[in-house]
Ligand binder design. Structure first.
Ligand code: ATP
Length: 363
């Protein structure tokens, strides 16, 4: 187990900056998930920590030791890739043993370690097979086995489940949670998947445009995103974002005018200078409540039933752009039907023109 810290870490490819100078401290044994849109620098940050890329500036510390100049193999880390990267001509046992053989570990020690890893990952019955005779989930378990066989202090995972089908993803997600509990290793995990991020992470790192936007516990980021980009990255379906104008401020927060002229309250503090300014209102689909006189209205353009929940997509018929509202599964809805919703002030978010959230009023 080890802490991981990056200090002023940056990476450019020619004139393009993939990672702006970044500071991040990850505690020993933490499970940190990095999320953000495609191209925001997630893999670059992970590869810099692994030593697979050379930084343009800054340092990487593992267990308090500066490893910036060390080769990947000398850093005490292991990495699991989306593509598994198994050796096709080697058996499962040989694939798992490979890093130990490279390190010239004794044969008996290798056999014992492979057996222990196979038991942990339930691969015992598959040890003689070649990778092509395995399912996607089994292959990914082998690549995890190969990563953990050297007892890495830090395990880096780059979208390890994205090649698997939905059912297998759920099972493997549970396995990662169990693996983290059993190994106690520090884990840094890159994903596009909301549910993986929310359920696996002790803390989530949200990145955008090569910068860290916010770091925090999953529910803290969900409840109080610091910027529009964090609001967009956390929560599924995504938060509705509407252009508004700040009409006035009072003791209960801000009153904003929606595109159609209706008003709604937001429990945030806005300075007097912001009154009259344009802003972005954020409301999650699950916080829109059916309310015949509510300010959020439109006609149903699309209706999605997911079983326990349903989502109505409301179109332009009102004066708002498209918004998504969550409904109970037993609510009957017809396409074209007009629906209205309201939101409690404490569940609404307000972002200034630069994307920063106005501070929430403390209850
Ligand atoms: P994705 O979710 O699509 O995997 P990401 O957030 O992991 O994206 P990175 O792979 O870190 O993003 O890439 C960040 C930026 O750096 C991108 O604009 C990418 O095109 C660029 N980049 C990454 N690797 C290289 C490289 N070897 N040469 C040039 N540009 C690169």
């Amino acid at each position: 187990m080890s802490s991981v810290a990056v200090e002023g870490l940056a990476k450019s490819f020619g004139a393009a900056t993939a990672l702006h100078p970044t500071d991040l401290a990850i505690e020993d044994g933490e499970f940190v998930v990095i999320v953000g849109p495609s191209g925001c620098g997630k893999s670059t940050l992970l590869r810099l920590i692994a030593g697979l890329e050379t930084p343009s500036a800054g340092r990487v510390l593992i267990g308090g030791r500066d490893v910036t100049a060390l080769e990947p193999a000398a850093r005490g880390i292991a990495m699991v890739f989306q593509s598994y990267a198994l050796y096709p001509h080697l058996s499962v046992a040989e694939n798992i043993a490979f890093p130990l053989r490279m390190a010239k570990v004794d044969k008996e020690v290798i056999a014992a370690k492979v057996a222990a890893v196979a038991e942990l990952l339930e691969l015992g019955a598959l040890l003689d097979r070649r990778p092509r005779a395995l399912s996607g989930g089994q292959r990914q378990r082998v690549s995890i086995g190969r990563a953990i066989v050297r007892d890495p202090a830090v395990l880096l995972l780059d979208e390890p489940l994205s090649n698997l089908d939905a059912g297998l993803r759920v099972r493997m997600r549970h396995e990662f949670a169990r693996l983290h509990q059993r190994l106690g290793a520090t884990m840094i995990y890159v994903t596009h998947d909301q549910i993986e991020a929310m359920t696996l992470a002790n803390r989530i790192v949200v990145m955008a445009h090569g910068r860290v936007e916010q770091v925090g516990a999953p529910l803290d980021l969900y409840a109080a995103p610091a910027t529009i980009r964090v609001a967009e990255a956390i929560g599924s379906p995504a938060m509705n974002l509407l252009p508004v104008r700040i009409a006035r401020a009072d003791a209960a927060g801000a009153v904003v005018t929606l595109p159609g002229g209706a008003e709604t309250h937001v429990a945030v503090h806005v300075p007097p200078t912001a009154v009259g300014a344009a802003a972005t209102l954020g409301v999650r689909p699950e916080h829109l409540h059916p309310d015949p006189g509510g300010p959020f209205g439109g006609r149903v353009e699309l209706f999605e039933r997911l079983g326990p929940l349903s989502f109505a997509h409301l179109g332009e018929a009102g004066t708002l752009g498209s918004i998504v509202a969550q409904l109970p599964s037993d609510r009957q809805v017809t396409l074209g039907e007009a629906l209205c919703f309201s939101v409690a002030a404490v569940n609404a978010h307000l972002f200034a023109e630069d994307g920063a959230a106005y501070p929430r009023l403390t209850p």
